[in-house]
Structures are given as C-alpha cells and as structure tokens.
Design a protein around this ligand. Sequence first.
Ligand code: BMA
Length: 384
Amino acid sequence: MGNRISIMNKQVHILLYGSLAALFGSCAPASPEFLPVNKNATAETKTLYRNLEKIRHSKTLFGHQDDQAYGVTWRAEEGRSDVKEVTGSYPAVFGYELGDLERDSTYNLDRVNFSDMKRWIQEGHKSGGVITLSWHFDNAKTDGSSWDTTRTIDLILPGGEKHAVYKTWLDKFAAFNADLIDQNGKPIPVVLRPLHENTGAWFWWGRTHCSPEEYKALWRFTQQYLHDVKKANNLLWAWSPAEHHLVNEFELWYPGDDVVDIIGLDDYGSWNREGDVVAEVAASLGWLVEKAEEHRKIPIFAETGSEGLRDSTWFTQKLLAAMKADERAKRLAWVLVWRNAHAETDRKNHFYAPFPGHPSAADFVNFRRDSLMAFEGDVQMYRN
Ligand code: BMA
C-alpha cells in the first residue's frame, strides 16, 4: 500500500514538474541528474544511462544474445540475424558473452571469434543499439567452467592465492574492452553483467558456494579494479540475479547502490510452471521494477526465453502479455532472449528467437509491431 502511494506521488510529481517545465521552458529548475555510479563515466556512457531511464517509461527495448554471430541454420555470415530475417529489424540490445576470454582463446565458449565479436559490437552500436556483456568465467581453483561449483571465491578475493590470476582475467577484459571504439574513435558504452544468476546455485559464485559478504566483495573488487586501475570508463554495471530465492534474498545479495546501475532478472523457469504463468511473471517483473525504482536504478528483464519455442504464440501471449499485465512491468528498459544456437555445430533446439520458417515467426512479427516494443531504429540511445 505504502509503495503504491509513493508511486502515485511520483506520478503527480512528474505531472506537476512536466507542466512547470512546459510553462517556463529552459528556465525551469533542472531535475536531479540520473548518473551512473562511475563518476568518471564517459559522456556517451552517461547519455546512454539517461536515455535508458527516459525511454523505459514509454518503450521496452528488445534484445537478443549473439544475434549477429549465428542463427539456427548459419554461423558467422556477415549481415545475418534470425531476428532481422523474421521482422526486418535487428534487435535494439545486443548481448555477447566473454566466457573463455580468460583462457586467451580466439573463440568464446560458444565458438564466437572474439575479433568478429568486436566488429559486431561496433555494428550494433552504430545502429543505435545497446551493448551488454555477460561472462561465464572459469573456476580459478580447478580450471573448470563456471558450472564447476568447487569453492573458489576465497582464493580469488584480495589476499587469496588465485587473486593474481583473477586480475589477469580482468586485464584481458580491459584489453578487449579497449578495442570497442566507435566510428569517431570514442569508447563504446557497454553494460557489463558479471556474476549473474547468483541467487541460483549452478555457478561457483552462486548462493550456496559463497557468503553474501564474499559475493559483494568480489563484485566491488571487480568494479574498483576496472574503474580505478584499468580506467574503463565506458561501463554500466548490471546486477541480474536469478528468480530463485530472489524475493527473500534480494537485499542480502544486492552489491549496493554505489556499485550498481541497472537491476535485472534472469528467469526462464517460471514459464514452465503450472498455473497462470503470465500473471506470475507479470507480478515478479512488477516487483523487480518497483525494487529497482526504490533504489533509483534501471530495471531490465536481463535474460529470459522459452527454449525451442514450442508455443507458437509465446512472444505475444506469454512474454508481451506478462509485460503488459502489470503497469509497473511496462517500465522495464529492455527484455533480452537468449541465443539461437546453430543446430548443426552447437546445440539442437537451443534457440529462443524465431527464425524464418519457424511456426512462431508470424507471432514474432506482431510482437515487433507492438507499440511497447523497440527494435533497431525505433529509439536513439546516444543522442543528448
Ligand atoms: C548457457 C547455454 C550454454 C552457453 C552459455 C554461455 O545458458 O546457452 O550453451 O554456453 O549459456 O553463453
């Protein structure tokens, strides 16, 4: 109840301030600036942050992981995108994955060439889209993957015997990041989304493999090192726990207002539950938006999707329906669906966006046309 009142107050405030601004034009007092946590963020990064905050009140950007890298029937073919081939437009958010960068590998863990990735990031940015990066990094103790949950966090924190190794990983990211330069020679703003899904237990940084203090210390060290030592001033920081245990444990694991710009949710599981999934996802997205707004952060649906899209109207009747069923959920800045793995060389039926000829293609065109959704070209993220 209290929260609803404060949202109503906010709307009255916005209305009032809007009318004053209209009356007095540029003489009206400036609203408090919406700034990222990094005081030294580049002007372009600040513009992106401000625009995300502004645009989310009328539009939700559509994102797709590895969109230009491969689709269900192709791999690394210039200009291709399953999303574009079905709807005529690229997404407005491009997600890429850094896993295996720490191994000095030419390819990431899903066989995307890192130099190709840099070029696609440049193209995505040039089209006005948002770039976001996840990182399924290895377990430093065992050299296993992210899914190797052998305890390792104590070793990579400052003072731990693998701390120096962890720093070399961040150095490698900093070198990769330094190559992300736009056509004017300026650093491309990047939304970094490390240590994700930590309220689940499947990664070594998950809730049963470290304490909240250790998790938050690792988040803080990572940020401080990239900001202060590597001078990576093009980053916005997205924290995206999984839906598991989230409602009860949000504040326990939240790294802090001074180190988070964007608050997201990763949720695949809810779509497969019994009952009214639209109502349930709507409620949890509404809750997330309210939580982010309480903290003065930007809310996103950081990862979701229905693997293999067996429901041919999933995009409009499930995802969009949930985003519209709760007034608060309409204020998400973006929703990103996971990758369309190449069936022949990677994984069969591991795709989350329709591709030409798929039964859900027509529904996805309707989703793209919906007035809430923004694809490539619908919004300008880098204009002041
Ligand atoms: C997972 C799956 C894996 C992939 C990983 C990193 O959820 O898609 O196949 O390797 O993300 O992209």
